[in-house]
Design a protein around this ligand. Structure first.
Ligand code: ZN
Ligand code: ZN
Length: 416
């Protein structure tokens, strides 16, 4: 049995989505255009202008905030729903061979020439949110409340949500009751994945500088060798997950880079380690980071290091922790609209996102879901691969429909 309210909410989504045949044509063209014209994180100028132009056409009140674009469509009494899409591309040289593949190059922050590609599928996110924004604007009789379409820059560098908040986001738009985000993933196209609780890990990068004392390679007794010190630190850090985190709990500590010295006969004066941490639990995250600092300080002490180690935290992503009540409601609406076999429990993903910074700043619950992007006769590459090439159909439809269905579960007639 369904409650009457759910029936009406679904009828509302059906009314809004009746016209998806009309948006599909321009959505496909827009997707190909965005895919061929990617822009790196914090440089999404043309992308943002294109988004703003279209939102204004559909009657949205549009603001440029912190490099992103926010469109607000007030449509009578009711709740306020915020849907977020990230809009940046990656420094990846595209190898998909698609007719609309990117040939764009740019100079990155280190001054190196890099290819630029939508290898994480944020062009899918933009296109789906614009499609849903157009559909909701075109069928205002089918829902009531306020819809906010938020297009966020610089997700890949963990800078975009912070930039929008620093530019006054929370005081410049209505306070939402609930926020949604979605990501195209390498599972089956057209399939939606929900997950209650933690869905994406918190991610922290740490640059650790270890001090040694330089010397001639033949006179180690006159120096403090940072290579030996770094080796001890790297091995000892492996004991955090193995010996300090409770079995069954999740944490990753990876030393992704260890650099010291120039020649075989010179003892260097410092070493630099780049460490990456992933966790699903705030308390475990704090304990793991505290353990890293404790071990590094103690190893420096043990080596007779002349200076204390320096810790620099960067590329920090918050935990994405889906509200169980909101997620249950969205998943039920998905099952009703798409059918049971197109809606799956996603499972936790070890990747990270900065999506949750915005709902956390408002203090509101959220749900973030996955959209499959690869048909069965296609090779499914992971996000960030130079071969990442989601199928246009049915991915764009599914992502667009998912936004409307989740939104109408809160703004549809009689949604309670
Ligand atoms: Zn990505
Ligand atoms: Zn992404």
């Amino acid at each position: 049995m369904r409650a009457a309210g759910e029936m009406s909410a679904m009828a509302g989504a059906g009314d809004v989505l009746k016209r998806i045949d009309e948006t599909r044509t321009w959505q496909e063209q827009l997707y190909r255009h965005l895919h061929a014209h990617p822009e790196l994180s914090s440089h999404e100028v043309r992308t943002a202008a294109e988004i703003a132009r279209r939102l204004r056409e559909w009657g949205y009140e549009v603001q440029h905030i912190g490099g992103g674009v926010v469109g607000v469509l007030a449509n009578g009494n009711g709740r306020t729903v915020l849907m977020r899409a990230d809009i940046d591309a990656l420094p990846v040289t595209e190898l998909t061979g698609l007719p609309y593949a990117s040939t764009v190059t740019a100079v990155d922050e280190s001054g190196a020439a890099v290819g630029v590609a939508h290898a994480c599928g944020h062009d899918v996110h933009i296109t789906c949110l614009l499609g849903a924004a157009a559909l909701l604007s075109g069928a205002r009789q089918a829902w009531s409340g306020t819809f906010i379409a938020l297009f966020q820059p610089a997700e890949e560098t963990a800078a975009g949500a912070r930039a929008m908040l620093a530019d006054g986001l929370t005081s410049r738009i209505p306070r939402p009751d609930v926020a949604f985000g979605q990501h195209v993933l390498n599972h089956e196209a057209g399939v939606l994945g929900w997950q209650a609780g933690p869905v994406l890990s918190a991610g922290d990068s740490i640059r650790i500088t270890l001090s040694g004392r330089g010397s001639h390679g033949s006179m180690p007794h006159l120096g403090v060798d940072p290579v030996v010190l770094a080796a001890s630190v790297v091995l000892r850090l492996q004991t955090i997950v193995a010996r300090e985190v409770e079995p069954g709990e999740f944490a990753v500590v990876t030393v992704g880079s260890s650099v010291a010295g120039t020649k075989s006969n010179i003892i260097a004066d410092h070493a630099v380690l780049l460490v990456n941490v992933r966790t699903y639990d705030a308390e475990i995250r704090e304990r793991v980071i505290a353990s890293i600092e404790r071990i590094v300080r103690a190893e420096c002490e043990a080596s007779g290091s002349p200076e204390p180690p320096a810790f620099e935290y960067y590329d920090q992503f918050p935990l994405t922790d889906n509200d169980p009540t909101v997620t249950a409601r969205v998943a039920a609406a998905f099952r009703e609209y798409f059918g049971e076999d197109r809606v799956v429990e996603l499972g936790r993903i070890t990747a990270s996102e900065d999506f949750s910074r915005v709902p956390d700043a408002f203090g509101i619950p959220y749900s973030y879901w996955g959209v499959g992007g690869f048909t069965r006769d296609q090779q499914a590459y992971p996000n960030h691969s130079p071969h990442f090439a989601p199928a246009i159909h049915p991915t764009l439809d599914a992502g667009t429909e998912a936004i409307v269905v989740a939104t109408l579960a809160y703004l549809g007639e009689d949604a309670s």
